[in-house]
Design a protein around this ligand. Structure first.
Ligand code: FBP
Length: 658
């Protein structure tokens, strides 16, 4: 494989660990708290998870570890959608295992959970592991969405674990995959098997979080990747001044990605599905809100802008939500009947008879191409595949229709020309940011320590993430603690609860406080590409969401106007809010920074940075770095690069800094 210069350089990056995990394994002790409860439906879950329900939270602390040196055989699974940093989770598990006992073995199940069912795996060894350190993707062993659910699948998984004499299976996955992990843990114990099951919180969607899981891995890198491109589009829009860009962002039901990208880039509009649901906004009201802003900007001769749309939006629009729920149930309960229908017309006719009147009307109101997307195969967990519904195109067509009517009525005089974009896959396999590289490695190492301690039914947890890595807190959260009962495939199932955007949470409030200004007054922020080397404030910052949730960040630009729900804001779209700070930021965004420091930095930008890491990486571009070089670089990786340009540039804050 031909390696890029960045990939070669990233091999030398040594991820940072919480201080407690840098001690000798003999000195990492387990501290258990009180028994826990599930977040809802306690009685049902206690019954369903007789052997694993109610375990205590555990933290690691300095102390005696009676299990140090244990020889372990562990299998690891990558489950579900790719998320940057998965390879580092595996590296963390691997290094932990080898640190504990060089004879311990790590096996990677191929192609996701089906690898465990089918007994298809590879042993992970030094050279193989080294090729994937600090890289994006899940290609080390592949991923998949098979659900280990049926009695046969569970029996086959047990047979594999027994045959391979596994001490533990580690499942790296999102809420659904970790629900599977919880079920597997329960079945293993119930059948008297000693194989433990540990989960690791993965998903770019950011919806696997709670008090004990501050964020899922991959969210940081994915949001930064999308924000880079959104910023570029904003700059293009602001340069050409002739297009409205409708950008759909991945994230399934939750709008965390859209919200984070909005905080990073300050677009004209960002719809938040959870708010749409709370305000019971219909598609018509959403269209009116968008058109109000488009018309107001047109009055200022600004026939351009950027609109962010969370991919799960349609699930939250009341009439669509009911439609999707009815479709999900129908397509599962009457699957045989539905699957026999040939073509969209036959399906639509069948649905007109089988859906409620309101849902049949909602379905019929959709353009046929979009309606067909509502009928595509569900994923193995029974979810509608929202990434395949082209909401951005649906909104463009509704907006076009409405603007035509407004023009006729004389309430809109602008020009509307649009482009649609969907950012999702672009961000799932990016090189993990330094944050994700560190976080993932720490999560993997933590999963190993939980395994080493003989625990089962736990999710690896690393907290206090806005502090320097050495102050991070590592431990485990019982999987059953995060569960409740939900309607899936037409019946009540135990699942880990998805965390949606909280409308009284700090990230949403920070956005809502500013959005009326961003809507009318161009206030774009251009975050640029993820940086892996350089000053701390450029390379090592967590997301705005995390900073705000932990009470650390201020919104990107403060505006004076109070929070308004989109429905209300649409009515007021005539008056642009006067926010002095936003004004200044916007004014600055137009001019190139005059700071002499910026000039000097620019002058030096042609010269390669003098950082030792960059030099070494260039020399070694043909070969993957060997361990000693990596170690040296690792020692230096904690310090910002010493390149003079980088140093001077840090002396002043970048012009467009949030
Ligand atoms: P998970 O992390 O929950 O598996 O999903 C991530 C995700 O990228 C979603 O944002 C998106 O809706 C979905 O995967 C797309 O699925 P697929 O990879 O099967 O196309």
């Amino acid at each position: 494989m031909k390696l890029s210069a960045l990939q070669t350089a990233r091999y030398q990056y040594a991820p940072k660990l919480p201080a407690v995990l840098t001690a000798k394994l003999e000195q990492i002790a387990i501290e258990a708290g009180k028994p826990t409860q599930s977040m809802a439906n306690q009685a049902e879950l206690k019954e369903l998870f007789k052997h694993t329900y109610g375990k205590p939270m555990v933290n690691f602390k300095k102390g005696k570890n009676p299990n140090a040196g244990k020889k372990l055989r562990v299998g690891v699974i990558l489950s579900g959608g790719q998320a940057p940093g998965g390879h580092n989770v595996i590296a963390g598990i691997y290094d932990g295992l080898k640190k504990g006992n060089p004879e311990s073995k790590l096996f990677g199940f191929l192609g996701g959970p089906s690898g465990l069912i089918e007994g298809s795996y590879v042993e992970i060894k030094d050279k193989f592991m080294d090729e994937y350190r600090n890289t994006g993707g899940f290609d080390i062993i592949g991923s998949g969405r098979t659900k280990i659910e049926t009695a046969d699948q569970i029996a086959a998984s047990m047979a594999t674990a027994k045959k391979m004499k596994l001490d533990a299976v580690i499942v790296i996955g999102g809420d659904d995959s970790n629900t599977n992990a919880a079920l597997l843990a329960e079945h293993f114990v119930a059948s008297g098997m000693s194989t433990q099951v540990i989960g690791v919180p993965k998903t770019i969607d950011g919806d696997l979080k709670n008090d004990m899981i501050e964020t899922s891995f991959g969210f940081d890198t994915a949001c930064k990747t999308y924000s880079e491109v959104i910023g570029n589009i904003e700059r293009d829009a602001n340069s050409a001044k002739k297009y409205w860009h409708f950008v759909k962002l991945m994230g399934r039901s939750a709008s965390h990605i859209a919200l984070e990208c909005a905080l990073q880039t300050q677009p004209n509009v960002c719809l938040i599905s959870e708010e749409v649901e709370a305000n019971k906004m219909t598609l018509r009201q959403i269209t009116d809100y968008l058109c109000g802003i488009i018309a107001k900007r047109a009055e200022n001769n600004e026939n351009f802008g950027v609109i962010l749309i969370p991919e799960g939006l349609v699930e939250f629009v009341p009439e669509m939500k009911i439609l999707i729920a009815e479709l999900n149930d129908l397509m599962s309960v009457k699957a045989d009947e539905f699957n026999k229908l040939a073509g969209f017309d036959a399906q639509a006719a069948w649905l007109a008879k089988n859906l409620s009147k309101a849902s049949a009307d909602a379905f019929a109101s959709l353009p046929a191409a979009i309606a067909a997307q509502f009928l595509m195969d569900r994923d193995p967990h029974g979810n509608v595949q929202v990434s395949r519904i082209e909401t951005e195109k649906l909104l463009i067509s509704l907006v076009e229709e409405k603007l035509k009517a407004m023009k006729k009525a004389g309430t809109y005089k602008g020009k509307f020309s649009s482009y649609n974009h969907f950012f999702g896959y672009e961000g799932r396999c990016a090189f993990p940011s330094n944050f994700d590289a560190d976080y993932c490695y720490a999560l993997g190492f933590t999963a190993f320590v939980l395994t080493n301690a003989g625990l089962t039914g736990y999710l690896s947890s690393v907290r206090n993430l806005t502090a320097p890595a050495k102050e991070w807190i590592a431990g485990g959260v019982p999987l059953t603690m995060m569960m409740n009962m939900e309607q899936r495939h037409g019946s009540q199932k135990p699942v880990i609860r998805k965390a949606l955007v909280e409308l009284d949470g700090k990230p949403f409030k920070a956005f809502a406080k500013n959005r009326d200004v961003w809507a009318i007054k161009t206030s774009f922020v251009f975050p640029g590409a993820i940086q892996y080397y350089g000053p701390d404030e450029v390379c090592n910052q967590p997301t705005q969401t995390l900073l705000l949730e932990r009470g650390i960040a201020k919104p990107a630009a403060k505006a004076k106007s109070g929070a308004k729900a989109p429905a209300k804001a649409a009515a007021k779209a005539d008056k642009p809010a006067k926010a002095p700070v936003a004004k200044k930021a916007a004014a600055k965004a137009d001019k190139p920074a005059k700071a002499p420091v910026a000039k000097k930095a620019a002058a030096k930008a042609d010269k390669p940075a003098k950082a030792p890491i960059a030099k070494k990486a260039a020399v070694k571009a043909d070969k993957p770095a060997k361990a000693p070089a990596a170690k040296k670089a690792a020692a230096k990786a904690d310090k910002p690069a010493k390149a003079p340009a980088a140093k001077k540039a840090t002396a002043k804050k970048p012009a467009a800094k949030k």
